[in-house]
Design a binder for this molecule. Structure first.
Ligand SMILES: [Zn+2]
Ligand SMILES: [Zn+2]
Ligand SMILES: [Zn+2]
Length: 331
């Protein structure tokens, strides 16, 4: 069963996807469905002996191109709709071990190009209103397959968090005739209190209003709405910024830091969003090397995050982690 159920109390959709209960859960390394298919061995999801980066549709999708009819009947109050959409998996590397942080800048650059391509292709489909590129990393986040990979959900509607950002950005732009994100960027860069790193095209920092102790945002320095508007130099600079941030995370406590990574781009519903601004957000669930931040009563029930740390102090910690050894010049 797979359907969209409308919550008229919070005005948002919930996806029921009961078939996902059967998905592969933490298989042993020699039975990884995301590794290349080796001669004489069981067939994996990728029928090739090797690959660089692979993108394919999720076998256990939350949304489907041709969704089944809902299991219950539609009603004016309790609306239900087929869960139309597309879910893709992006394998970062044929190497089972490690994570995106271990990939070279060249490899991450190629991944960025693939993200841009998927955004363009999925976004061009009439039924797709929002392309959401993200990664869940680490068992504590609920990852069921440790092989390094990310996901893309192509939504038939604009999901609520991007919608809230769009609404604030629209209002701010109307009032001040300026982009909200450009304005924040200017303020953040002026004193650098919460800055982590930057290059010619991207700024990395912990936002003033961070919800997680090590929440980091990567924002394009140029005002643009999506990956498809970037120059080749910007693709390269984004790959460098990602590499820098991921390595900083792993060097923080000398273990591979779990996180959620989400990319916020303009919707693909055919409307214009000149007031919106590309950025990537990271939410690592750790407060200390041993302690997790849980989404508890206040976060889950009141929608208010309690951050036990100061973004200024955490940004200084991340800023001070040396990564000069991983950067090389040009392409
Ligand atoms: Zn694998
Ligand atoms: Zn802007
Ligand atoms: Zn955002």
């Amino acid at each position: 069963m797979s359907e969209l159920r409308w919550n008229p109390v919070l005005s948002r959709w919930v996806v029921t996807a009961t078939h996902r209960q059967d998905r592969t859960f933490l298989p042993p390394k020699d039975h990884c469905p995301l590794c290349p298919t080796l001669p004489g061995r069981f067939p994996t999801e990728v029928p090739a002996e090797n690959y660089e980066i692979v993108c394919f549709e999720n076998r256990f999708p939350s949304f489907k191109r041709f969704p089944p009819e809902p299991s219950v009947k539609n009603d004016d109050l309790l609306k239900v709709e087929p869960s139309k959409g597309i879910c893709e998996v992006v394998l970062y590397s044929p190497v089972h071990e490690g994570s995106l942080a271990d990939r070279s800048i060249d490899e991450i650059y190629r991944l960025v190009l693939i993200w841009a391509d998927r955004f363009r292709e999925l976004g061009n489909r009439k039924e797709i209103k929002y392309v959401f590129i993200f990664e869940n990393k680490g068992e504590v986040i609920g990852v069921t397959l440790p092989h390094p990979h990310g996901q893309i959900y192509a939504f038939s509607y604009i999901p609520p968090i991007p919608a809230e950002e769009l609404s604030s950005a629209r209002k701010y732009h109307k009032k001040h005739n300026e982009c909200l994100f450009c304005k924040i960027l200017k303020e953040e860069r002026s004193d650098g209190l919460r800055s982590v790193w930057e290059n010619g095209s991207f700024y990395i920092g912990i936002p003033f209003y961070a919800r997680y102790p090590y929440e980091v945002h990567i924002t394009s320095r140029r005002h643009l709405g999506s990956l498809t508007e970037m120059t080749d130099e910007e693709y390269w600079d984004l790959a460098c910024a990602l590499k820098v941030q991921l390595v900083k995370y792993d060097r923080l406590w000398n273990f591979s830091l779990p996180y959620m990574m989400v990319m916020h781009q303009r919707p693909t519903d055919g409307r214009e969003y000149p007031f919106y601004h590309f950025h990537i957000e990271f939410y690592p669930p750790y407060r200390t090397p041993e302690k997790l931040k849980y989404l508890a009563g206040c976060e889950s029930g009141a929608g208010t995050f309690i951050n036990d740390t100061l973004p200024e102090e955490k940004a200084a910690e991340l800023r001070d982690i040396d990564i000069s050894d991983i950067l090389k010049k040009g392409k």
